[in-house]
Design a protein around this ligand. Structure first.
Ligand SMILES: Nc1ncnc2c1ncn2[C@@H]1O[C@H](COP(=O)(O)OP(=O)(O)O)[C@@H](O)[C@H]1O
Ligand SMILES: [Mg+2]
Length: 228
């Protein structure tokens, strides 16, 4: 089984990829060439719209990743639509055992940041959803959510779907201008820790992201525990 977290979100475009890059900055410890310590790996198992959207390439750049930190195998589909439809349009079926098999031979010392496609109930095939991939990989979920109006509902719905599948929740990461009331409501009603508040960065650069992660991400070390 993999160790690490599965980055999911309340929606597509909510900031999962940027959050994954931020996590790489925050938790990578291995110095180039130091083979003995654990290695942080980013993996996008299912990418649709590969012609225009390539989250692995974005994380490579924004997270200032070395090639060994990126696991590049996965389902890659051309149509920029939900995985179930992108697969159908390509004439293939996404099977979760086959997706999980891709990482089965990777070193046990690796620590994983896996990014989903869309939110928890994005369909993958006729009967399964992104949340089923999380359950199969047995990774706790980090829920990336907006700070703005509507986020309480979207975040609680997401937490409920994760709970129904018994996927552990590592925490919620909020993206955007801080909103203390929304944060407090998510923690109280969702009974989950908000583990970070990532500001909107303009411009969004690898350096700016690296500079803000220590102050805005996982101050009490809950996520760090999952990467130990
Ligand atoms: N903290 C941030 N600061 C500035 N821009 C951001 C931030 N988070 C996300 N974005 C922008 O919002 C868009 C969607 O973010 P992305 O991480 O790709 O979302 P997702 O992976 O959930 O689809 C991208 O254009 C990204 O650059
Ligand atoms: Mg993404």
């Amino acid at each position: 089984v993999l160790r690490g977290i599965f980055v999911t979100g309340t929606d597509t475009g909510v900031g999962k990829t940027v959050a994954a890059a931020a996590l790489m900055h925050r938790y990578r410890t291995r110095a180039p060439g130091a083979e003995s310590s654990r290695l942080m790996r980013y993996w996008k198992p299912i990418q649709t719209g590969i012609g225009q959207d390539d989250d692995t390439a974005t994380v490579r750049e924004l997270g200032a990743c070395r090639e060994e930190e990126l696991f590049t195998d996965g389902i890659r589909l051309p149509h920029p639509v939900s995985p179930h439809l992108a697969a159908r349009l390509k004439g293939v079926t996404i099977l979760l055992p086959a997706v999980a098999e891709l990482v089965s031979a990777q070193p046990e010392s690796d620590r994983w940041i896996v990014e989903g496609a869309g939110g928890v109930l994005a369909p993958i095939n006729d009967s399964e959803f992104m949340v089923d991939l999380m359950a199969r990989l047995r990774l706790p979920a980090l829920v990336v959510a907006r700070t703005t109006l509507g986020t309480i509902n979207h975040t609680l719905l997401t937490l409920e779907a994760l709970g129904l599948r018994s996927v552990r929740v590592a925490g919620v990461l909020l993206v955007g201008d801080p909103n203390a009331e929304n944060r407090a409501a998510i923690e109280a009603y969702g009974r989950v820790p908000v583990v970070g508040e990532l500001p909107r960065l303009a411009p969004l650069t690898p350096g700016a992201l690296e500079r803000c992660v220590t102050s805005s991400l996982d101050r009490d070390g809950r996520l760090a525990e999952l990467f130990r």
